[in-house]
Ligand binder design. Sequence first.
Ligand code: NAD
Length: 499
Amino acid sequence: MVTTETKSFQNYIGGEWMDAASGETFESTSPADGETIGVFPKSGADDVDRAVEAAKSAFEEWRLVPAPKRGEILFQLARVLEREKAALTDLMTHEMGKVKAEAGGDVQEAIDITYYMAGEGRRLYGQTTPSELRDKWNMSVRQPIGVVGAITPWNFPIAIPSWKMIPALVCGNTVVLKPARDTPLLAERFVELMAEAGIPAGVVNIVHGGGGSVGDRLVRHPDVRVITLTGSRETGVEVLKAAADNLKHVHLELGGKNAVIVMDDADVDLAVEGILWSAFGTSGQRCTAASRVIAHEAVYDALQSKLVAAAERLRLGPGWEDDTDVGPVINKAAIEKIHSYTEIGRDEGARILTGGEVATEGDLAKGFFYRPTIFGDVDPQMRVAQEEIFGPATALIKVRDFDEAIRVSNGIKYGLSSSIFTRDVNKAFRAMRDLEAGITYVNAGTIGAEVHLPFGGTKDTGNGHREAGQAALDVFTEWKSIYVDYSGRLQKAQIDAAE
Ligand code: NAD
């Protein structure tokens, strides 16, 4: 549905709302029914340059605002977000498509990280240490870095921008946000609420537009010191290369091909629930989605039949309807990509146990709905078991024992989330040690991160950094070591002192 009065939105730069310098625009539409959500500036390099200049100039003051005061503004923001939770949740079901409970969870993540990081304003701990020398004081402190370019995907339209911007701000940096083109209104609302909460002009800026234009300019701009990107592996590689000439700090959170292992001693019904939620929640469009299930041969058949039956009970529909289990996928390109993997799986010899097609009955034809899909008899080397599909599809792989399960789970290029269902404490601990992933769940699916622990992955999922928790502070600060000599004479450190 296209509404007659389509609302137009703007960039927010230096505390002012403005159009793109070119005057060009693009539309955001709902993946559930094609409704036009709004019209946004299709920005270019000029707009980015303006935003970076505003952020650079605001940095000079913001870095000097005492961190506890920055924290107080963020506490206020958390309260504003709580007030707006229901409205943001509803908007998310329309613009991004996820179901109500998950959209509420997305907003809740932002509230949680904002409270958590606001408290950090009174910590931001450094170290004080003894000195090698008499009458000398040693300490290290975290310092803000400068302008942060935050580039975000559409699948967590509020949570991911919050995971990047809130820690950046409490540490004293300023931000230019380039949100995904599929979810600009949610990012826009978030920035509006930041301004309402009292974040000063220029400290947070938003520039809408494409990755190749706005994103790329942000990555190459010499005054942007940190780039934090969540997106696909391919984008991560491009960004890393483009940022190299300016030796930027680059923080990457990329794809996943996460597996749930179900051992012969597992509670199979519990595993089915965990897999269903992890594989088909957010229509499988989570970086932590369970897109592989590695089952011990003793439980494989029972697990398969229960899982297929449960998947077939899931109701597809718009996210805003109370009885919807699975919402749409984000756009036309996504549904085509997902379906191409159904064909690839079939050609490779996997069995399509359920799903494998676009859902078009009734009103579903207005949106991008794909039936929850389960591949059976999958070989771990098949493309459907190796590549990120990013849709409601999961691949069942049969293994003979624990060692093979771990080997198969690790046998991919990504290393984000992992999971094992077992009642054997020895196997659980070995899995916690041996699974090559940034996150391991025991007796739960592959999703469910909490904001006070590090979030991110090993291998091709990233480049060694973590979002959330204390680890996020490392992305947005640099260490300074400070030595104060109060002896009144020149003392040489041990490395320089003659024997
Ligand atoms: P994407 O890589 O297509 O886009 C991500 C962002 O990067 C968008 O804002 C896009 O406009 C921008 N971009 C694209 N090319 C760019 C370039 N050359 N320079 C600068 N910016 C550029 O990803 P997507 O489709 O929006 O999101 C899905 C991907 O994100 C999946 O691979 C998923 O696994 C990953 N993801 C990872 C995490 C995590 O925390 N590890 C979380 C969510 C999503």
